[in-house]
Structures are given as structure tokens and as C-alpha cells.
Ligand binder design. Structure first.
Ligand code: NAD
Ligand code: TYD
Length: 347
């Protein structure tokens, strides 16, 4: 499915992917490899969310180099970026519940780390800097869908840190002419997503024989974007995006959380009794919805339906217990006790 972007990416020789050992970044490394990019550098700190197993096959390819380092460390960034003609920046702290428990790492990585990367990109004259952001920067969109001119109204520390980084990135275009493109993707799902996020949490909990916690009434709505469609969208923005522009990425798969979890339970032949309603997330955004017309004008279209994407995702987690079981121990268990331990059962 990378056919439609392969030709477009041929002008890039050496691409730096930050956060390439995480969920979406690792799929993007696969896309670049399939497109025949001759040198792909991955810079990743390997936080709790980074996992070299996500790149198990790709790391043996001669085109791929892995560098363990922090994007907030100017020396590590300089070493990784020297000679690159493009940067695709995924590295971030990404989980809203963790941001509510402890915001500081989100400011450090998402804001300060992004600034270190932008400075280096200027110094090395990169031809394109894609800053991968999220639809959460717009805050709640209760009706319709917003375009890129909508005001930013982030309502949790994760979304606020991403909004700050977006504005910084765009300021480097306006002030210094750095060819920055910002993408704002919707909730993404698929293989290799950390089990802290709703869809993999629901699947793996059921596979472990545990209930699935739904926050509040479960009627909060997200637009679910399959990970390979998100990566193709980023590739379109990398190849053809206008410097200084923002591109929303949405698939039009709006579903209330309750319906998402029920669909997973059906795929696993389980009843709704597996659901436990628990105390809501503070400041829980009711609905996100973006209009992806600008990106569609570049030729991008989502290709994976929610039903097909969810079927593939459930099948992957059923087959890859070796991948997720270790991730649900240790650090995750401590976080989960903190996050879920403080929530009351609602029914
Ligand atoms: P993830 O949490 O799975 O991976 C993040 C990666 O960044 C990990 O490999 C981690 O080790 C690395 N990292 C964290 N801090 C770092 C640092 N200081 N230096 C270097 N590496 C560091 O995240 P994801 O879900 O793949 O998201 C990737 C990007 O896409 C993020 O910028 C996120 O805001 C954005 N995004 C995600 C979604 C989604 O639903 N997952 C939707 C829209 C946008
Ligand atoms: P999440 O996967 O954390 O993504 P985000 O907060 O970035 O949208 O959560 C998706 C939705 O699922 C969100 O509305 C919160 C809800 N949710 C639950 O109801 N229970 C859970 O255990 C988790 C992790 C999320």
C-alpha cells in the first residue's frame, strides 16, 4: 500500500525519524524502507513506550541505523541529523492519562525537545521538517469537523504540549524560513500500539481475562484512523506538503468508545458483561473531528475501513502475546495501579 507514495519520496536520500521505535514511527520506518529510501536514521530515547521489537526486521536492513538518544539533547540530535535532507518528528510523550498524572515529561520532550530538533534542522539546512501532531490540539469539537484555521483549545497537558510544539514549529517557518509541515492526525490504532491506549488495552485485557474499563458514560467520540493510512498521509505531507502549512488527517470513522469496545468484544466472542464503567477522566474531551480536505487535495485517501482495521488489529494481538505480555508487566503495572486504582466502579 505504499505504491502511491513511493515515487513521491524518491527525492529524499537520508531521512531522520524521531520516535521511530514507537507505534506510528515504527510503521513509518517500514513505509520508508518499502519506498526504497537509501538511508533511514531512527533517533529514539527508548522510554517505556519505545521498543526495538517494533523494528525487529527493519533493524537488520542496511538502510536503517538506530541511534538511542534524547531529542532534548543537542549533541545527540546533531549527531543524528548531520547530513539528513528530511526530518519526520514523531518522538513524544503521548498518553493523556499519564499527562494528567505527571505533566513535566510532556513539556520537556514535546516542547523543549521539539525546539532542539528545530534548531538543528536550521543548522543542517534540512529540506523538509514534518512535525507530527494531533487533532487533540483543537480540543473538543462537539459538532461538525474543524479545518486547519480553527483555534487551538487544548484541554489536557498532552494536548497543550503538542499545541505549543506546533506553534513553535510554525514559528520557525515564519521567522527563519525552515520548511516545516505540521500534520494533525486523529486517534490512530493498529499493530504495535502500546497496551496503555484504549483499543490495545481492551483487546489485551480480554485476552488476559480482565474487564475492560470505560471512562464515564463511554459516549465520547473519536475518529479512528488505521496506522498505515496515517503513515501514508504523513508521507504525502513529506513529499508534497507546502512549507508553513498544516494538514489534518482524519478517516471519517467516528465511533463512541462504547461502540469501539463492543466491536472488540464481538470479535473476541465475548459479551458486554466484560465492560466496567469507571470514574471519568478529568477534563475528558467529548469529541474530536477534523476535516482532511487539504490533505485529500494532495491525493491522499484513507484505504482501511474501521471494521477491517479492527479485525486485523485484534488478530495481531491474538497472535503476538510475545510482544505485549512483557509490556503489561513492570512499569505498566505500576502506572495502571496509579491510573485505574484511583477510579471508582460506576456500574
Ligand atoms: P508512542 O508513545 O508509541 O511512541 C513514542 C516514541 O517516542 C517512543 O518510541 C519513545 O521511546 C520515543 N520518545 C519519547 N520521548 C523521547 C525523547 N525525549 N527523545 C527521543 N525519543 C523519545 O507514540 P505514537 O502513538 O507512535 O505517536 C507518535 C507521534 O504521533 C506523537 O508525536 C503523537 O503526538 C502523534 N500522534 C499520535 C496519535 C495516536 O493516536 N497514537 C494520533 C495523532 C498523533
Ligand atoms: P486513548 O487511547 O487514551 O486516546 P486519547 O485519550 O488520546 O483519545 O483513549 C481513547 C478514548 O478512550 C478516550 O476517550 C478515553 C477512553 N478510554 C477509556 O474509556 N478507558 C481506558 O481505559 C482508556 C485508556 C481510554
Amino acid at each position: 500500500m505504499v505504491q502511491d507514495v513511493t515515487d513521491k519520496l524518491q527525492t529524499f536520500r537520508r531521512v531522520l525519524v524521531t520516535g521511530g521505535a514507537g507505534f506510528i514511527g515504527s510503521h513509518f520506518v517500514r513505509l520508508l524502507l518499502a519506498a526504497g529510501i537509501s538511508e533511514i536514521r531512527v533517533l529514539d530515547k527508548l522510554t517505556y513506550a519505545g521498543n526495538l521489537a517494533n523494528l525487529a526486521d527493519e533493524l537488520s536492513a542496511p538502510a536503517v541505523t538506530f541511534i538511542q538518544g534524547d531529542i532534548a539533547d543537542p549533541k545527540a540530535v546533531a549527531a543524528a541529523m548531520a547530513g539528513c535532507d528530511a526530518v519526520v518528528h514523531f518522538a513524544a510523550e503521548t498518553h493523556v492519562d499519564r499527562a494528567i498524572l505527571e505533566p513535566a515529561p510532556f513539556i520537556q520532550t514535546n516542547v523543549l525537545g521539539t525546539q532542539v530538533l528545530l534548531n538543528a534542522a536550521l543548522a543542517y539546512h534540512v529540506r523538509r521538517f514534518v512535525h507530527v501532531s494531533t487533532d487533540e490540539v483543537y480540543g473538543e469539537v462537539l459538532v461538525g469537523a474543524v479545518n486547519e484555521a480553527a483555534p487551538l483549545r487544548p484541554r489536557n497537558p498532552y494536548a497543550a504540549s503538542k499545541a505549543a510544539a506546533d506553534l513553535l514549529a510554525l514559528s520557525y517557518y515564519a521567522s527563519y524560513g525552515l520548511p516545516v509541515v505540521v500534520t494533525r492526525g486523529a486517534n490512530t490504532y493498529g499493530p504495535y500500539q502500546h497496551p496503555e491506549k484504549l483499543i490495545p488495552l481492551a483487546i489485551t485485557n480480554v485476552l488476559e481475562g480482565k474487564p475492560v474499563p470505560i471512562y464515564g458514560d463511554g459516549l465520547q467520540e473519536r475518529d479512528w484512523l488505521f496506522v498505515t493510512d496515517h503513515c501514508r498521509a504523513i508521507a504525502f505531507a513529506l513529499a508534497d506538503g507546502q512549507p508553513g502549512q498544516i494538514y489534518n488527517i482524519g478517516a471519517g470513522n467516528h465511533r463512541p468508545n462504547r461502540e469501539v469496545v463492543r466491536a472488540i468484544l464481538r470479535l473476541l466472542h465475548c459479551s458486554d458483561e466484560w465492560i466496567t464503567y469507571v470514574t471519568d477522566r478529568p477534563g475528558h474531551d467529548r469529541r474530536y473531528a477534523v476535516d482532511p480536505q487539504a490533505l485529500m487535495a494532495l491525493g491522499w485517501r484513507p484505504t482501511v475501513s474501521f471494521e477491517e482495521g479492527l479485525r486485523q488489529t485484534v488478530a495481531w494481538y491474538q497472535q503476538r502475546r510475545d510482544w505485549w505480555e512483557p509490556m503489561k508487566q513492570g512499569e505498566f503495572a505500576a502506572y495502571a495501579a496509579r491510573n485505574y486504582g484511583s477510579r471508582q466502579r460506576m456500574g
